[in-house]
Design a protein around this ligand. Structure first.
Ligand SMILES: C[S@@+](CC[C@H](N)C(=O)[O-])C[C@H]1O[C@@H](n2cnc3c(N)ncnc32)[C@H](O)[C@@H]1O
Length: 327
């Protein structure tokens, strides 16, 4: 454990931005083909040579890049993960989390804690998803990071839950379809519906391809208005935590209309009362954008107001599967 608060602040105050800048400049991709001097990297990346050298040296100090004996910079196992081609690539996450549209609200955490109000709408004049709707480039960054995250979370989810007992799964707020793709690949014969905002599902045809494409439908719309009918399992992964209680209940109620009396609802969320899976850092991101992480009791309350009851809770990696039935 750190012995001084400065061990978090220093280098954290700049480390996230240094990684972000290197990722945007595609430094790791360039170094994939071998070490380079700062001047060579600057020419290839399109950056100021002197300033880039300072960034590279800082990343070297952090152990993210290596220095060769002849003064060049080389990838390490850490920086390799910023490369798009790496099998465990984290590139899209390094482009998202330190991006200005998240970094600026995080920088105003103090105000959110003092007032209880999310920083995001105060800074940008819009809610998080209204902002993404108006800023397609940032929406692309966000959606790509969500898609990349599925590669890390889906193995535990698939191992923890038997999807084969269902006929048709509807992934509500399913992003570009990455989770639905993994579920359908792992469950022969299962059909699926991907549901998200029209601008988000626009890319889903590139994700839900081949045999999977024939087994699923892609539907654009808003879950505040309606959710597609016809499924016997409705999955909402990382959706409810984006919203305050009032909106969460609205989403759950439209989903309840679609499930009918016999469908199953599966929320995939982080439970704050799950002691072995701490959610503290995510909790603060949710605080500044306007959502919240919840306890089992919190979920019981919003589900109860929406016509659902918790049937069981299954741990799955860092998340919990909250299986609910209509009441
Ligand atoms: C935090 S992301 C989670 C995405 C995906 N389920 C995952 O776990 O990677 C929340 C999703 O809710 C979607 N969303 C936001 N507002 C929506 C709305 N009004 N109707 C439908 N989807 C919406 C977003 O586009 C986004 O894909």
């Amino acid at each position: 454990m750190p012995t001084s608060p400065l061990e978090y602040i220093w280098p954290g105050i700049v480390a996230a931005q240094a990684i972000h800048a290197a990722s945007k400049l595609r430094i790791a991709e360039i170094l994939d083909s071998g070490p380079r001097s700062a001047a060579e990297l600057a020419a290839e990346a399109g950056a100021d040579a002197s300033a880039l050298e300072r960034l590279l040296r800082a990343l070297g100090t952090l152990g993210i890049l290596a220095l060769t004996p002849d003064g060049k910079f080389a990838n390490t196992p850490l920086s390799e993960q910023f490369s798009a081609g790496h099998p465990q690539s984290q590139r899209d996450t390094t482009l998202f989390l330190p991006a200005a549209f998240l970094w600026r609200p995080v920088g105003e955490l103090y105000e959110s804690v003092r007032t209880g109000e999310p920083a995001f709408p105060r800074i940008f004049g819009k809610s998080f998803f209204e902002y993404l709707d108006a800023h397609p480039e940032d929406a692309t960054v966000f959606n790509a990071a969500m898609t990349q995250g599925i590669a890390f979370t889906s193995p535990a989810l698939l191992a923890a839950y038997d999807f084969s007992r269902f006929r048709c799964v509807v992934d509500v707020g399913g992003g570009e379809g990455a989770l639905l793709r993994e579920i359908l690949l792992a469950t022969p014969g299962l059909g699926g519906i991907l549901f998200d905002l029209p601008q988000t599902v626009a890319r889903a045809g590139e994700v839900l391809t081949g045999d999977i494409a024939a087994r699923c439908r892609i539907v654009g719309g808003s879950f505040f208005e309606s959710v597609p009918e016809g499924g016997d399992l409705y999955v909402l992964k990382g959706v409810i935590h984006d919203w305050p209680d009032e909106d969460a209940v609205r989403i759950l109620r439209t989903t309840r209309r679609a499930t009918g009396p016999a469908g199953t609802l599966l929320l995939i969320e982080n439970l704050v009362d799950s002691a072995d899976r701490p959610v503290g850092v995510m909790e603060l991101l949710m605080l500044v954008i306007g959502g919240r992480e919840r306890s089992t009791a919190d979920f019981r309350s919003i589900l109860g107001s929406s016509g659902f009851d918790i049937a069981r809770i299954i741990p799955a990696g860092w998340s919990s599967l909250i299986e609910c039935r209509p009441v």
